[in-house]
Ligand binder design. Structure first.
Ligand code: AMP
Ligand code: MG
Length: 344
């Protein structure tokens, strides 16, 4: 219900923004918003008029969702999860690629990012009508099935293979980023050079606002559910992906239980971070990184980004401190003075 309200709000904002443009600009700018992947997705395309492109993009996302979603019992991922065979299991190329990337990050984070997290995700079932905190026994039981070493991914033959029959995967931490990269490719193949792809806060900007100015991308205020930004970064041809506790959660007795689960404790990660944004070229990479850095925590996460200068990151803590790492954060302009930049 909340998501539909958000959709209406975005539709209203979109039409207001477009109405504010000069008439010649308006003619060549098109936009569309839909619910996909369980979130509000919007596309704005500049200097292009053929709005049949939206049907292609939304159909592509529907096809992806049908194959990746663990919420759908007959998706490819669900069928792999249900299978107990130890033989290679044929999947679509994109699923093999996402699984390979997720397996890489499972290794880079020593299993904090965990591609085989699905038994815990299912136990928490955060998307249920009335989610509940699982019993410690249920959490312990789910943890016994989680170990990324039990999965083999082959991107030449596009197969996934279990070494243990109970291994089950979840691509929720990479799918939106991967999809955003695919949408970018599709738009580029039509000759589109300037666009903003926003898949529930997973943003890709194509090109720049105009020949003199980069796009301004808002970093969401993690304490404000209405999607208000706390500041802006300038970006040209970049992905800006955020993992935050505000995206999916439920509350019991004032405690928030969110969707990023620490496989070692079995509980939603509770390390003092509220959100991590990653600025990178590839959105699939950015999506894996935002979840990974959230799980690594502030100190290890900052060290990781410093060691990988091709990425930039903004870490936000529960006490409203922000830590900026990397060259793409240099343009950051803070607008909400309740936050402070702690490492400047
Ligand atoms: P994101 O919003 O990109 O940070 O991804 C969160 C989603 O990734 C969750 O909704 C789960 O589907 C999945 N997930 C939760 N915990 C983990 C984890 N430890 N490792 C990998 N994926 C996870
Ligand atoms: Mg992610």
């Amino acid at each position: 219900m909340k998501k539909w309200l958000a959709l209406i709000l975005i539709l209203t904002l979109t039409s207001t923004l477009l109405a504010g443009c000069f008439s010649d600009e308006r003619i060549s700018n098109i936009s569309s918003t839909q619910m996909k992947f369980g979130t509000v997705c919007s596309l704005k395309i500049y200097g292009y008029t053929d709005d049949s492109i939206f049907n292609e993009v939304w159909a592509m996302m529907d096809d992806m969702e049908k194959r990746y979603s663990t919420q759908l019992a007959d998706s490819e991922v669900s069928k792999f999860n249900q299978s107990t065979s130890l033989e290679p299991f044929k999947v679509s190329k994109d699923i093999a690629e996402m699984a390979a990337k997720s397996l890489d990050y499972s290794q880079h984070t020593d299993g904090l990012f965990e591609i085989t997290i699905y038994p815990l995700v299912k136990t928490w079932d955060i998307m249920a009508e009335s989610p509940k905190v699982p019993t410690p026994e249920a959490i312990k039981e789910a943890q016994t099935h989680i170990d990324y070493h039990q999965l083999i991914v082959d991107t030449t033959n596009n197969t996934l293979q279990k070494k243990k029959p109970d291994t089950q995967i979840d691509l929720g931490a990479v799918a939106k980023g991967y999809a955003a990269d695919q949408i970018k490719k599709l738009l580029a193949s039509k000759g589109i050079e300037r666009a903003i792809i926003n898949l529930g806060g997973n943003i890709v900007v194509m090109g720049s606002k105009d020949s003199d100015h980069p796009w301004n991308v808002g970093i969401q205020d993690p304490f404000n559910a209405t999607g208000e930004s706390l500041g802006l970064i300038s970006a040209t041809n970049k992905s800006v992906v955020t993992s935050g506790t505000y995206e999916r959660y439920f509350e019991v007795d004032g405690k928030r239980y969110h969707h990023i689960i620490n496989p070692v404790t079995g509980y939603p990660e509770d390390n003092g971070l509220i959100a991590v944004s990653i600025i990178s070229d590839s959105s699939a990479e950015g999506d894996c990184l935002s979840t990974s850095m959230f799980l690594l925590g502030l100190d290890k996460g900052m060290a990781y980004i410093k060691a990988h200068p091709e990425y930039s990151a903004i870490f936000i803590t529960n006490d409203k401190k922000m830590y900026l790492v990397g060259k793409d954060t240099e343009s950051f302009q803070l607008s909400n003075t309740a936050f402070t930049i702690a490492n400047k």
